[in-house]
Design a protein around this ligand. Sequence first.
Ligand SMILES: Cc1cc2nc3c(=O)[nH]c(=O)nc-3n(C[C@H](O)[C@H](O)[C@H](O)COP(=O)(O)O)c2cc1C
Length: 313
Amino acid sequence: MQNRITELFKIEFPIIQGGMIWTSGWRLASAVSNAGGLGIIGAGSMYPDVLREHIQKCKKATTKPFGVNIPMLYPDLDKLMDIIIEEDVKIVFTSAGNPKTWTSFLKEKGITVVHVVSSLKFALKAQEAGVDAIVAEGFEAGGHNGRDETTTMVLIPAVKEHIQIPLIAAGGIANGKAMLAAMVLGADGVQVGSRFVASEEASNHMNFKQVVVDAKEGATHLTLKELAPVRLVKNTFYNKVQQAYAEGATTEELKALLGRGRAKKGMFLGDLEDGELEIGQVSALIHDIKPAGEIVNDIMSEFNKRKAELSSL
Ligand SMILES: Cc1cc2nc3c(=O)[nH]c(=O)nc-3n(C[C@H](O)[C@H](O)[C@H](O)COP(=O)(O)O)c2cc1C
């Protein structure tokens, strides 16, 4: 398959594995790239030295293109960017911050830059900042998201109407049917997150993978909007957050409740009670843990099958 996204990244299929804290290390990223998609190392949960190690291991595990995601929420951005340059990373996805901050710096070094947004307003800012492509992520998505609650179904056509650069849809896409739908809406490719959390190569804890497989409709909620809105599994920690809201907690009190290391505790160490578990609504449609390469192949074969069926309508 060839289109603007496969050409931009020099990949076989327009399927991007989203950068995900505590989930997407070199094993997952290289498996997705080896299967013909674009694997992304999620630097958000990595100290600078750890990121360097993951990049080096990823280069050994695949000869195909891969990228690094840098969420601008976390410290040490300068150091992470230095490593990106020193290790000659060719593709960077920035997120959770102002696209103007790093785009021209990275572009001057010959790096392909993509920025993740959750609204048309930020898509326009990213385009103006000179990024090569945009990921537009709907309200269904796992992880951090926008405050506006715009769903993928509405966001993609809204962004498509106003931007000219390649557009990648994210949020609620875990199979070929949803990928086809996203492309009908105007996307050139898709970014998939939650589906890869339940993959063999994902570095998050097995307990968390099982939570994803067991999740039913309504298992998640976008909360903590005062801090950085995030879609969480409704576990004990989530219930404590809701209780804090009911008692009129201030932003400072919510910050204290969240504390440090809460996401690591839940997703990486597998504490399902007190940890933070980030996953998308689409977890309700994920029923098994599979190799990441199989996930890519399944998405593509269902995409092609459904496309053929629809063309006979
Ligand atoms: C566990 C988890 C962690 C995530 N961490 C990040 C991150 O560090 N940076 C980022 O840009 N997006 C992050 N995301 C969002 C994904 O990259 C992706 O855009 C999103 O999961 C797509 O929606 P879906 O979950 O419905 O597939 C995360 C998502 C999940 C589920």
